[in-house]
Design a binder for this molecule. Structure first.
Ligand SMILES: N[C@@H](CCC(=O)N[C@@H](CS)C(=O)NCC(=O)O)C(=O)O
Length: 213
């Protein structure tokens, strides 16, 4: 299987997919996109991904988009190690954790939203305050779920879809100087994941075009 991941170095959504691919032990090429230079908005990329967002995963020439859809495809295609538990109730719980991040925290802090805020006259301090507000809001909901269900990782004692989303969101929270002191369970799960080779290899600093930041 020939896999090409269109990925941007600090972006959360492709970071989730890099973690998933690494957990499954799959080899893949990274096609880096420079979001600051708007490479994702160019016609050649838009032909692959009409949303002009990253990630896009090419699978033997076929195209998948949306990080959660890609991770679920991955889990169905390469079942071990599983990203979702077997029990339907547990699966729904892990999906709920992932969706708090991917559907409720991340979209309102995305580059295009921050650019739109800039266009409305919001300065850097205002944009940081915006991101901090919504990250803290989501983490406040996630914290008791991880405290209840985590046993090392966000859910149970193995990395799951929830960790694929959590590690990038913690990285993103640091970029916006979010105080993680009120979220000990989130911090503990993040530290546990960071020590896992699949997560370490997916870190933005390992991206082919990583810059100093
Ligand atoms: N729901 C999508 C979100 C994709 C997304 O928003 N990707 C960001 C990077 S994390 C992006 O490409 N942003 C470009 C922009 O906002 O202009 C997914 O999970 O794949």
């Amino acid at each position: 299987m020939k896999l090409i991941l269109h990925s941007a170095w600090r972006a959360s959504a492709p970071y989730r997919v890099r973690i998933g691919l690494n957990l499954k032990g799959l080899a893949y090429d990274i096609a880096p996109l420079d979001l600051a230079a708007n490479q994702h908005q160019q016609p050649d990329y838009a032909a692959l991904n009409p949303q002009k967002l990253t990630p896009t995963l090419e699978v033997d020439g076929r195209v998948l988009t949306q990080s959660l859809a890609i991770l679920e495809w991955l889990d169905e295609t390469v079942p071990a190690p599983a990203l979702l538990p077997k029990d339907p109730f547990d699966r729904a719980t892990v999906r709920a954790m992932a969706e708090i991040i991917a559907c409720d925290i991340h979209p309102v802090n995305n580059l295009r939203i921050l650019r739109a805020l800039t266009g409305l006259g919001v300065d850097q301090a205002g944009r940081d305050a915006w991101a901090q507000r919504w990250i803290a809001d989501g983490f406040t909901a996630l914290e008791p779920m991880i405290a209840r269900h985590g046993r090392g990782y966000a859910f149970g004692d193995q990395p799951s879809l929830a960790d694929c989303c959590l590690a990038p969101q913690i990285y993103n929270a640091a970029r916006f100087h979010v105080d993680l002191a009120p979220f000990p369970a989130i911090r503990a799960a993040g530290e546990r994941a960071a020590a896992h080779p699949a997560f370490a290899a997916a870190h933005p600093s390992k991206h082919p075009d990583a810059a100093d930041a």
